[in-house]
Design a protein around this ligand. Structure first.
Ligand SMILES: [Zn+2]
Length: 445
């Protein structure tokens, strides 16, 4: 009865104390060593004992401490002394192996402090277990290098980080600590198959462009439409705020819902919206001009080919009303600086589905965060069970033996024979963005 409680057959339970929150369990090993760990001689004598406290999984909702009466020996042949090795105990820390495994899995799901309290260990230990667990995962899990890569900014714990995604599969393949050129170069230069990356879509951030030019010069850099047109909205806002700031309270009343209406696309305007817009244009010509400039800029994206877009942009820039030129300068400058990359969009348009999922991810991101480090959040995004988008190999009789291992639901092949063709392993495209967003919204990550 006593021995059953731990379900560790290598130990004999000698005593159990139960308190309100904890179990204190005394044990000794069932089979003491017969040979010297140094010279293998069987001429051993006892050399005292030492009690060691080993933490284990909870039992019946209570924390568990296992007190092992560890034997020490001296070898009569070589004179060395040693403690017996403890089975099922993690060599690096005073915890059972099964507890270390469980803490590792949980550390991706819950704050370290909660786990520490629940098990009765300190938070630093949880952090160390987490680090080991993530390192193992990083070694075991390999995400396919996207042929069409996205590099975007996302705020995690109040800092802009760099999210690397697979645009064709709508997945995240990495999250980098910051968006510095060096960080991006370090990451890209270690990527397997980086020479096969065809397109990289990014926001207009110079260090990304520099990094991609250095490491993957064969790829085409594309600025997503979304990043460009939203600047047109920002410029329009500048004009609107500027006009409002010079008005009296009474005059401002005449501009009811101005922001809402002005940001609407022309085709979406209701009859009343149009009436308001017409009267504002009459009273504040700059506002009308700004709305026109915003709409005409959006219309550049209706172009069906690059040259048409280039022409439309030139016309647009030349036709900008003097009064709003300053307000729209950030946009004209950006397009001038990023002309080839912005125009590459017309050859390689990014799907709305991708842009939308990325924006959804950015939107829900701040729901993560409390009590987590950046590393923990990154691991949640990349390694939460069930988010990986994988593709199983075709069902076919294996031609040769190969060994595979499953780690946390991810399958990896540890030894691939030289003739193993790539189709034979399971492909992992990264963390599916829609699944991530759903799990975050449901509070499950
Ligand atoms: Zn010995």
């Amino acid at each position: 009865m006593l021995s059953n409680i731990l379900n560790l057959p290598s130990y004999i339970v000698t005593n159990i104390d139960e308190t309100e929150h904890d179990y204190h369990i005394n044990v000794e090993t069932k089979t003491p060593p017969k040979n010297c760990q140094n010279c293998n001689s069987d001429n051993l004598v006892g050399f005292g004992r030492n009690e060691q406290l080993i933490r284990d999984l909870q039992i019946h909702g209570k924390r568990v401490g296992i007190y092992v009466d560890t034997r020490r020996y001296q070898c009569r042949s070589c004179n060395k002394t040693f403690y017996e090795r403890l089975p099922n105990v993690d060599g690096k820390r005073m915890m059972t192996s099964r507890l270390v495994e469980s803490v590792g899995k949980q550390s991706v799901q819950r704050p370290f402090s909660h786990i520490a309290e629940e098990i009765g260990i300190n938070e630093m230990t949880v952090k160390n277990v987490f680090n080991d667990y993530i390192n193992e995962l990083e070694k075991a899990v390999r995400f396919e290098t996207p042929q069409w890569m996205g590099i975007d900014e996302i705020h995690i714990i109040k800092k802009p980080r760099c999210v690397v995604s697979n645009i064709e599969h709508n997945t995240v393949v990495n999250v980098l600590r910051d968006r510095n050129k060096k960080t991006v170069i370090d990451y890209l230069s270690k990527l397997k198959g980086r020479e096969l990356v065809k397109c990289v879509t990014m926001d207009m951030w110079e260090p990304y462009k520099d990094a991609v030019r250095v490491v993957m010069p064969q790829s085409t850099i594309v600025i997503d439409k979304f990043h460009v047109v939203r600047m047109a909205n920002v410029c329009l806002e500048t004009v609107r705020k500027d006009i409002r700031s010079g008005l009296t309270v009474k005059q401002r009343r005449g501009l009811m819902h101005d922001r809402f209406i002005l940001l609407k696309r022309e085709s979406k305007l209701e009859r009343l919206d149009r009436i308001s817009l017409e009267s504002w244009t009459k009273n504040y010509p700059a506002l009308g001009a700004a709305y026109r400039a915003k709409e005409d800029f959006f219309a550049i994206y209706d172009a069906v080919e690059t040259q048409e877009a280039v022409d439309l942009f030139r016309q647009w820039k030349a036709g900008l009303d003097e009064e709003i030129k300053d307000a729209f300068y950030p946009l004209t400058r950006a397009v001038n600086n990023w002309m080839p990359e912005i125009m590459a969009y017309f050859e390689h348009p990014v799907t709305n589905a991708y842009t939308e999922s990325l924006n959804n991810l950015i939107r829900v991101m701040n729901r993560l965060g409390r009590g987590y480090s950046f590393e923990a959040l990154r691991a949640k995004i990349l390694f939460t069970e069930g988010v990986a988008k994988t593709k199983k190999p075709k069902f076919q009789r294996p031609a040769r033996e190969e060994s595979s291992s499953t780690y946390n639901g991810f399958t990896s092949f540890s030894k691939m024979g030289p003739s193993t063709i790539s189709e034979e392993r399971e492909l992992n495209f990264g963390a599916d963005i829609s699944t991530l967003v759903r799990l975050i919204e449901e509070g499950r990550i």
